[in-house]
Design a protein around this ligand. Structure first.
Ligand code: GLP
Length: 242
């Protein structure tokens, strides 16, 4: 695992967007695994700026979703499909044809999870998977004690994650769904390159457990230690307990 300490979130975003642009130069139809949350936004802004300045052609890029709420209609503004369309696809000039994600409204959610795992494999696998990290060390929506070999499946959110995410639902925890579909940790580990960005002191404990702790299900992100090509980019706040 490579750990890179940057001065701030903007520098982290630029560094990672640079790696994504480099990948697209070598593989124009690369499958980019994208995450939601506030942390990756500087990455998407920096990549969109590079594209609009003519620094890289992203018109053939493909984008795959990490996780999704169960039961929110796809057109709901806070479904992760909507969020990623706003934050990633539209700024890169891509439409939903370039996008793959699990169906959070499927009647048979388990079948939808299996179908998504299969679709990722059939698409050739994720080339570069972006990850944020929860304050409890979760990646995607793999909460602590998720199996490190887990596949895409339905999960119940912890109270803490629902509280953390209420800010996207007018601060009202009642509006935050209880269930989600998430790529499993085993699924995530199949991506060719994992890139985790963490910023701010609030993530310092989770980052320390990820980088220096044992590989343990209690900190799902520690599974990155098992991956042959994992990069953890942290600002000084998130690095403060290393
Ligand atoms: C959610 C997402 C994760 C994300 C986490 C942290 O739980 N499912 O993918 O990493 O939030 O979000 P933030 O970056 O806003 O702290």
């Amino acid at each position: 695992m490579e750990v890179v300490i940057v001065s701030d979130a903007k520098a982290g975003g630029e560094l990672i967007a640079g790696a994504m642009a480099e990948l697209l130069r070598h593989k124009p139809d690369a499958l980019l695994g994208v995450a939601t949350g506030s942390t990756p936004l500087p990455i998407y802004q920096a990549l969109a700026a590079t594209v609009s300045a003519g620094g890289v052609d992203a018109s053939r890029a493909r984008v795959a979703q990490l996780d999704e709420y169960v039961g929110l209609p796809a057109e709901h503004p806070e479904s992760y499909r909507s969020v990623l369309r706003r934050e990633v696809l539209e700024p890169l000039g891509l439409d939903l044809g370039a996008f793959m994600g699990p169906d959070g409204t499927a009647e048979d959610v388990m079948a939808a999870c299996e179908a998504y795992d299969r679709a990722l494999a059939e698409a050739g696998g994720v080339d570069l998977q972006l990850l944020g990290i929860g304050t409890d060390g979760h990646i995607g929506f793999n909460e602590p004690c998720s199996s490190l070999a887990s596949r895409t499946r339905i999960k119940t959110l912890t109270e803490q994650t629902r509280i953390d995410n209420a800010r996207f639902f007018e601060g009202d925890i009642e509006q935050v769904p209880h269930h989600v579909i998430t790529q499993g940790i085993g699924t995530i580990l199949e991506a060719r390159h994992l890139v985790l960005l963490a910023t701010g002191e609030g993530k310092a404990d989770a980052v320390a457990a990820t980088v220096e702790g044992p590989v343990a299900a209690v900190c799902p992100a520690s599974a990155l230690q098992l991956h042959p090509h994992a990069t953890v980019v942290v600002d000084e706040g998130a690095a403060s307990k290393l």
